[in-house]
Ligand binder design. Structure first.
Ligand code: NAG
Ligand code: NAG
Ligand code: NAG
Ligand code: NAG
Ligand code: NAG
Ligand code: NAG
Length: 903
């Protein structure tokens, strides 16, 4: 219907316009023709999409009032309606453009402007709005006015994706993104730091940006992405800062790290990269960043990992991770925690002989320690496997590195009692060594082998006997005693008493009758077995008589015997030998002299009278008592003779094949010392010393006879030779003299040392005032002594004369005196006293025979003594001790028969 109506209206309007135009032609000839004008005036409006646009249509007519129906039609020829409601500005009060579309506004509308213009308002152009827009109006209801404008849109250059900072990664191909939108399409070109970039091997301009191949650090820079649209003359630039990033590289990280338990620890993990990477440490087992763990600290810049105090559980693998915008790398490392070894288990073990014994030692530590054992007292530890010197013993070792634990087992097969002892476990690792000692106890059945060779127990005269039985055995054995097959405990015999039940037990026997001298059995029992040991209680007797007593060496006043005692195999040991002796003319043994010696001493009888026949009888003594006297032996002493050879007390040095030589420690003097020999019946009155320098020519000794010195000394047993030459051999001859003559000479070769006698110079004594006083007193005494001596000799008066008189009392005492004299004489020959004043005429004027030597074997005689008998001046002790060949020998006089021989 609208269509029909509109056609009719149009028809009418056309007619009206034709009518009017006749009128207006008439009028316009007078005025102007009515038209519509659009502002801006260009018939084509070229505008960018998105921009607002206002087109104003203004009637240019003679009479505005005649204009009706002024309106706009869009590019579809549809009338554009005015905006409904109130005016809504395009811009808010701050001047910002308002979100028009958001408020559901019409894309375009009209608005009547002052001056009767009609504006077409387009808040935001879109490309669909391209087309022809008409402005129409009626004039004076007859004339139809119309004018048009073309709207063309274009798209301005916009950066759809062109970040202003871009970070390509070193070594990669990278596109510097610059995505741009424009319609018509823009052309793009690139500049770097102001210089144009051309396509080449390195750079390719692509639709979405600039491809840079194999990015290098030098590709850093300010790039310009430039877009131009020729049609519109638009040109836009975008500056893009390009910084090349480098993926991190871990430059230093040790493959294994070592920390010590309880100590602080630090480890480096350094990395390079751009930007500077951030470093973190991950603990692999827990997948945990250790920066969050207690005791751990990580510096993300330097990569330094620190542990305040390392614990054993920190052991494990760790990953160092370096991360920056360009990427992430990681590397693993192993942290070994060095834990000092500690033995935590070692039990004492107990085994039985013949069985296997194993002792196990367990220790902790990192690295897991090596475990071995050492027998206490042995330096060498056991080696792994079987021991080369004892294949019974093997050592097994086991290590668990993951847990840091080790064990070692020492295995002893077929153990013996000798394996019992302390064993030290030694656990060693890099850090330290730990020790612990355990005990291997080897138990064994009772054993009596140590008592096998014990002698029987002796008793006599009902003395209580102690049978002591000790059983070896682990554990301790208990002991029972048997007698004649019966348990002694059950006998209730008061003469048999048991003390102790084991491992030692003493059977105390009171042998009131003979039957107790018998065998007793000691029975030891422990869990591993039983052992028996027979013990004998024997009745002891006095020793049998001495079988042999032979004179070995005779002098005029002494006899040395060789004594072979009775057999003692099953009896008590001999404690002493005794001798009784008397002159053969005397039939009464009760008046005999006696003497006893400890076994193995020189059996010497002294103080005999020369050329006298004596009877001797011998007996042995043991704990029980003195045995029976043996048969009488007759022995006569030789006549008086010259003394025995004196014995120099020097130990010569024996060089190969040469004569032994005594070396003097001095170059110019030598002190000769000697032992007093037996005097053979006459006191020794002096000694003669002869010493001659000599040389050895072709092995023979040549004395320089004219340089010999001969000296005689009295009352001394030493002599100081002076004014000797250094480094010279001397032959020294020493003879003892008594009234009868000289002894045979004792001879030694002595050599002086060479050179200056430093020692003598250094040791020269300085006389102190005390010494001077002593010498003075000594001089006075000597003077008195000489006067007394003279008195004694001439007028038989004085102290010495009294002493000499005293000696002349009884014949037996004369004998004693002779002995005293001889003993005295060894030290102080007193010719005037014993020799001359006791007028004992020499029994024989015959030539003196040499001392008689009997027996073939080497002789021990008093000549061997290193020192003369120690006899206190004036009296002889009953029991004397002499040093003989370095041993002390006890000699007792007057023990057996009631007469003292000496005083
Ligand atoms: C305008 O509003 C619409 C719809 O609410 C929204 O999608 C658009 O982002 C807004 N634009 C601006 C510039 O606020
Ligand atoms: C870590 O590196 C720094 C610098 O090289 C050095 O001084 C430090 O001793 C290192 N620390 C360790 C634990 O290696
Ligand atoms: C093992 O034996 C030793 C020595 O006999 C002893 O000192 C130590 O206490 C014993 N150890 C144990 C655990 O019994
Ligand atoms: C028996 O002899 C042992 C060892 O010889 C000794 O220890 C013990 O005291 C003696 N017993 C008696 C009662 O004499
Ligand atoms: C075994 O005997 C010994 C010696 O008598 C003693 O010292 C030790 O204590 C005893 N051992 C035991 C376990 O009785
Ligand atoms: C010898 O032994 C007896 C016995 O004991 C003793 O009485 C006597 O004094 C001793 N002396 C002499 C010289 O007989």
């Amino acid at each position: 219907m609208g269509q029909l109506q509109r056609q009719r209206v149009t028809l009418l309007a056309t007619l009206y316009v034709m009518l009017c135009s006749c009128l207006t032609i008439e009028l316009s000839s007078a005025q102007q023709t009515p038209i519509l004008e659009i502002f801006p005036k260009q018939a084509e409006q070229r505008k960018p999409v998105g921009k607002p646009l206002i087109l104003t249509c203004r009637p240019n007519v003679p009479d505005q009032a005649l204009v009706t129906d002024l309106q706009w039609k869009d590019n579809q020829n549809n009338p554009i309606l005015p905006k409904p409601g109130v005016y809504d500005p395009l811009y808010d009060y701050k001047g910002n453009k308002k979100n028009v579309t958001g408020r559901n506004q019409p894309p375009m509308y009209t608005e009547t402007l002052p001056g009767d213009s009609l504006a077409l308002m387009i808040p935001s152009l879109t490309s669909e709005m391209t087309g022809k827009y008409y402005c129409t109006a009626s004039y004076a209801n007859t004339e139809l006015l119309q004018t048009s404008v073309s709207i063309k849109t274009y798209v301005a250059i916009t950066w759809t994706n062109a970040p202003e900072n871009q970070f390509p990664i070193l070594g990669s191909d990278y596109t510097i993104t610059c995505e741009v939108k424009a319609d018509p399409n823009p052309t793009i070109d690139w500049l770097r730091n102001g210089d144009p970039i051309r396509n080449d091997a390195k750079h390719v301009v692509q639709a979405n940006g600039l491809l840079v191949r194999n990015v290098a650090e030098t590709d850093d820079g300010i790039y310009t992405c430039r877009a131009a649209v020729i049609d519109t003359g638009e040109l836009l630039e975008r500056t893009i800062r390009v910084e090349v990033y480098i993926t991190p590289v871990i430059t230093h990280l040790a493959t294994t790290l070592e920390a010590v338990e309880g100590k602080p620890f630090a480890a480096n993990c350094t990395a390079t990269g751009k930007p500077v990477p951030e470093i973190s440490w991950i603990r692999d087992s827990a997948q945990q960043n250790v920066a969050e763990a207690d005791r751990f600290q990580v510096n993300p810049q330097t990569g330094l990992l620190t542990i305040s105090s390392v614990m054993q559980e920190d052991y494990g693998t760790y990953t160092c991770m370096a991360k920056n915008a360009a990427g992430l790398v990681d590397q693993k490392t192993k942290l070994n925690v060095l834990v000092r070894p500690a033995v935590y288990e070692l039990y004492n073990v107990t085994g039985v002989t013949g069985k296997e014994i194993a002792i196990t030692c367990r220790a902790r530590g990192r690295p897991a320690p090596a475990i071995t054992f050492r027998r206490w007292g042995s330096e060498e530890p056991f080696v792994a496997g079987f021991q080369s010197d004892d294949a019974r013993i093997s050592l097994e070792q086991h290590k668990d590195e993951e847990r840091g634990e080790s064990s070692g087992t020492l295995r002893i097969m077929k153990s013996t009692r000798q394996d019992d002892g302390l064993y030290q476990c030694i656990a060693t690792n890099k850090g330290d060594t730990a020790y612990k000692t355990g005990h291997i106890a080897v138990e064994f059945p009772p054993d009596f082998s140590h008592m096998k060779d014990l002698p029987p127990v002796f008793s006599w005269e009902q003395r209580v006997a102690n049978l002591s039985c000790l059983a070896m055995g682990i554990p301790n054995a208990t002991i029972e005693w048997r007698w004649n097959g019966r348990n002694i405990k059950d006998l209730f015999d008061t003469n048999l008493k048991i003390e102790g039940t084991g491992p030692r037990s003493d059977l105390i026997v009171h042998p009131v009758t003979r039957q107790y001298y018998s065998a007793y059995k000691c029975v030891a029992t422990n869990i591993h077995g039983t052992a028996e040991h027979d013990m004998q209680l024997k009745e002891a007797r006095i020793p049998d008589s001495v079988t042999t007593a032979r004179p070995r060496q005779l002098t005029a006043t002494t006899i040395t015997f060789e004594i072979i005692g009775p057999a003692t195999e099953l009896g008590l040991p001999i404690l002493a030998f005794s001798v009784q002796y008397k002159e053969s003319g005397n039939p009464d043994w009760s008046t005999a002299l006696n003497r006893s010696w400890s076994p193995d001493s020189p059996y010497i009888v002294e103080g005999l009278r020369p050329q006298t026949v004596y009877n001797f009888r011998f007996a042995a003594r043991n704990q029980v008592g003195l045995g029976n006297w043996g048969v009488n032996q007759q022995q006569s002493t030789p006549r008086r003779s010259a003394p025995e050879e004196p014995k120099p007390l020097h130990s010569p040095v024996q060089n190969d094949k040469e004569e032994p030589v005594v070396v003097s420690p001095y170059s110019d003097h030598f002190e000769l010392r000697w032992g007093v020999p037996a005097d053979n019946g006459e006191p020794i009155d002096r000694y003669q010393i002869k010493y001659c320098p000599g040389v050895k020519i072709a092995g023979t000794w040549n004395e320089l006879e004219n340089q010999c010195n001969t000296i005689e000394v009295v009352e001394t047993t030493s002599y100081q030779m002076t004014d000797l030459s250094g480094n010279t051999y001397y032959r020294i001859e020493l003879k003892a003299h008594n009234e009868i003559g000289y002894s045979s000479p004792a001879s030694i070769i002595m050599k002086t040392t060479r050179g200056i006698d430093v020692i003598q110079v250094a040791d020269r004594p300085v006389l102190s005032s005390a010494a001077i006083v002593g010498i003075a007193v000594g001089g006075v005494m000597l003077l008195l002594f000489i006067v007394d001596l003279l008195c004694c000799i001439t007028v038989h008066m004085g102290v010495m004369a009294a002493m000499c008189r005293k000696a002349k009392r009884s014949p037996s005492e004369i004998d004693d005196e002779a002995k005293l004299g001889s003993l005295y004489g060894w030290r102080f020959p007193l010719p005037y006293c014993s020799g001359q004043l006791v007028k004992e005429p020499p029994p024989s004027p015959l030539p003196l025979p040499p001392p008689v030597k009997l027996g073939g074997s080497p002789v021990t005689s008093p000549l061997d003594e290193k020192e003369p008998l120690r006899t206190p001046t004036g009296s002889i002790k009953q029991n004397s001790t002499i040093e003989f060949d370095g041993r002390f020998v006890h000699s007792r006089s007057g023990e057996i028969i009631g007469k003292n021989s000496a005083v």
